[in-house]
Design a protein around this ligand. Structure first.
Ligand SMILES: [Zn+2]
Length: 270
């Protein structure tokens, strides 16, 4: 089964889906898990912000979402997000498949392995340090890149995503700080999704739609800082494209995994 974490743009794919309310040791998922067959493959979908967008980025039950997908047998996850651009050449409407990430969130529970305080017996057995040197699955990333290219859309094949806590957008000074590090895009939801997936030896890759220029563009004062209205509008305009990218990607997912994610815990236990 393939997992998808995304937004309302996917709902039209889910007609006739079986809805499952899943309660995990980490609470309820942000939406019922919707299970549907797409091109002969079983797909489990979770609306990250809830069916009615009731969870802000810092309140998304990330651990429940990833654990529920794991329990259903999902081992490969595609996620979709809206992001801001930190570089002029990365334009609103472009897609980016990030290969690196910088975490600027705080207060989010970002591990299943809390030693003896772990909620799962299995996770309490040892102290674990997974590698997040390459935080996203290279196999799923390649599939996403090809899926975007197949429908002839502009794609940035690499990029560092800065994940901020939100829910507010960056100040100009914060945005300048991120730009001076040469990072590419900025969002609020990718962390800790991908690390939690890795801790459960699941593959995870993300397709980001660029919706705005964060606090604007220095050389062009006519470009205003981002607003939620702008994000929603740009996401709506592009939701059909995101859906097609994910549909294309689902077709390409291999039965056998040939990546490091499947053995992420090898050598990670102390
Ligand atoms: Zn993988």
């Amino acid at each position: 089964m393939i997992g998808i974490i995304g937004g309302s743009g996917f709902y039209s794919l889910l007609e006739g889906a079986e809805e499952k309310d899943i309660v995990t040791p980490y609470g309820k998922t942000s939406s019922p898990v919707m299970i549907v067959k797409i091109n002969g493959k079983d797909v489990a979908f979770i609306a990250r912000h809830g069916l009615h967008h009731e969870y802000p980025p810092h309140k998304v039950p990330y651990k429940a979402n990833i654990f529920a997908l794991y329990e259903l047998g999902v081992r490969q996850i595609f996620s979709a997000s809206a992001v801001g651009s930190l570089k002029t050449e990365i334009k609103p409407g472009d897609f980016c498949v990030p290969d690196q990430s910088v975490n600027f969130t705080h207060g989010r529970d970002d591990t299943y392995y809390h030693g003896k305080e772990s909620l799962c017996e299995d996770h309490a057995k040892s102290v674990v340090h997974i590698s997040s040197a390459d935080p996203f699955c290279h196999e799923l990333r390649n599939i996403l890149i090809k899926a975007v290219q197949k429908i002839a859309l502009p794609v940035h094949e690499k990029g560092t995503i800065v994940v901020i806590n939100g829910p507010r957008y960056s100040s100009r000074a914060e945005s300048t700080f991120f730009r001076t590090h040469n990072w590419e895009i900025i969002g609020m939801t990718l962390y800790p999704e991908y690390v939690l997936a890795r801790e459960l030896e699941m593959c995870y890759a993300n397709i980001s739609l660029v919706t705005d220029y964060d606090t604007g563009v220095h050389e062009d004062p006519s470009i205003e800082p981002v607003s939620s209205q702008e994000v929603i509008q740009r996401f709506k305009e592009n939701s059909e494209k995101i859906k097609n990218i994910i549909l294309n990607a689902i077709e390409q997912v291999p039965e056998q995994r040939n990546c490091v994610c499947a053995n992420a815990l090898e050598g990670a236990r102390m």
